[in-house]
Design a protein around this ligand. Structure first.
Ligand SMILES: [Zn+2]
Length: 162
């Protein structure tokens, strides 16, 4: 059987990736992913080849078709599975250590310019070290605060402030 764009799409969905996420894994945009998913045949090279490798969709050349036994094919598939896992783990590590600008509102009315704690959105002074409420009372308190915050936001929306 010759792999088609719909096989590529099925393989992507089976791994729970959307087009943007798959694009990121292989360094192309979601439009390129979409383009190849509509194609009746796939290529071994370029962005399409990279997607097929990452997803373990095998695109055989004619030579390969006559040369590879099923066992060899399985070994090849396993290798690409390992590769996919490696790429995913690298992405997880990157996310866990990434630092962004905190941006919390400060008392002088300007957004905080400190870098966040690794893998968090806020700096250490604005909750970046927080692991969230642990007690029932604590969770309730946060819930109430959020409700007040959104009520105030909706009020401002009505008066046209936001
Ligand atoms: Zn901050």
């Amino acid at each position: 059987m010759i792999a088609s764009g719909s096989d590529l799409k099925a393989a992507r969905k089976a791994r729970g990736l959307n087009q943007t996420e798959l694009g990121k894994l292989v360094g192309c945009g979601r439009h390129t992913v979409s383009y190849w998913e509509c194609k009746p045949t796939l290529k071994q090279f370029g962005a399409c080849g990279a997607m097929c490798r990452v997803l373990g969709v095998h695109v055989p050349s004619r030579l390969e078709m006559s040369r590879h036994s099923d066992t060899q094919q399985e070994a090849l598939d396993r290798r690409w599975q390992a590769e996919l896992q490696r790429i995913r783990q690298a992405e997880e590590r990157r996310k866990a250590t990434q630092r962004v600008v905190c941006g919390a509102n400060t008392r002088i009315g300007r957004p905080c310019r400190a870098l966040s704690e690794p893998g968090k959105q806020r700096c250490r002074f604005h909750g970046g070290m927080s692991t969230g409420p642990k007690t029932e009372a604590g969770r309730r308190r946060i819930g109430e605060a959020q409700k007040r915050r959104w009520a105030a936001y909706r009020e401002r929306q009505k008066t046209g402030e936001v």
